[in-house]
Design a protein around this ligand. Structure first.
Ligand SMILES: Nc1ncnc2c1ncn2[C@@H]1O[C@H](COP(=O)(O)OP(=O)(O)OP(=O)(O)O)[C@@H](O)[C@H]1O
Length: 258
């Protein structure tokens, strides 16, 4: 394993008014590794992603992406940095006004200025990679099942062959079998590209499948991080409660205190 971190967060803090959401988050993802952040609703998983993407500015701390301080970039450098990212959004977030192939090709045409013919060829190839035939490229996203929409979202995320891919709740809304199919596809596509990935999810089956390492965010800090094989013997009562989905344990006690 290479020790060069592709993404590194050091003591990142972010508050909204009097509410502290991130209270000293430290994370390091080596190149080519997949980290999954787990944690309850409202614990700051999305805020962490948005800080890395530059959509939110942390109050303090350092975020480096491929060696660059991502919190101090001008708009041109930020655009260049964003070109390294692919993203699969929660709910796939496809444009219904565009046919499927144009959704997949969107970043190639709008972001890279690629001509439509070449972008369409790549979109068709990526659709095939995720198990969809070229005919599907002509449909509207609204004509597709949830599982097919996730496949299209994945094809879009990998279209530009990014070095880094973010997966935001990639299995939300899917039945467990379709979720497993999508998890397998994610693992295959990430391996094809050798990409570094950061995912956020509540779905432990997904985390166990797509992660190399898992980190748990709780009350604004990473309270446990380790290889996925160690999660069942973390020795951390919060992690144990979260992965067992139990209503009783320290997390419930904290909720009752508030
Ligand atoms: N722009 C904002 N302004 C004010 N508060 C915000 C903003 N964005 C997020 N928050 C608050 O920060 C907290 C963490 O939100 P975040 O969306 O990161 O949670 P999450 O862990 O991703 O939750 P979920 O799993 O439910 O998506 C929440 O209390 C939320 O209300």
């Amino acid at each position: 394993m290479t020790s060069t971190p592709m993404i590194e967060l050091s003591d990142v803090q972010k508050s909204f008014g009097s509410k502290t959401v991130l209270n000293g988050v430290d994370l390091s993802i080596p190149k080519g590794q997949s980290l999954v952040i787990i944690g309850g609703s409202g614990t700051g998983k999305s805020v962490t992603l948005k800080c890395i993407l530059g959509l939110l500015k942390p109050d303090s701390g350092v975020i480096t992406v491929d060696g660059q301080d991502a919190t101090k970039l001008g708009s041109r450098d930020r655009k260049a940095l964003l070109q390294k990212f692919g993203m699969l959004f929660q709910g796939a977030a496809l444009f219904d006004s565009l046919p499927v192939w144009q959704n997949v090709a969107f970043g190639l045409i709008q972001g890279q200025g690629m001509n439509k013919k070449d972008a369409r060829e790549i979109a068709t190839e990526k659709l095939r990679r995720v198990g969809l035939s070229p005919d599907v490229g002509l449909l509207s996203p609204s004509e597709l099942s949830g599982g097919m929409q996730k496949r299209v979202g994945l094809a879009r995320a990998i279209a530009a062959e990014p070095e880094i891919i973010f997966f935001d709740e990639p299995t939300t809304g899917l039945d467990p079998i379709m979720a497993d199919v999508i998890n397998d596809l994610i693992v295959e596509c990430v391996q094809d590209l050798g990409a570094t990935t950061l995912s956020i999810t509540h779905d432990m089956a997904s985390a166990r499948k797509i992660a190399d390492r898992i980190a748990m965010l709780y009350q604004g800090k990473i309270i446990w991080e380790g290889p996925k094989a160690d999660i069942d013997r973390s020795g951390n009562d919060y992690v144990t409660q979260f992965i067992s989905g139990s209503a009783t344990g320290p997390i419930q006690m904290e909720l009752l205190k508030n």
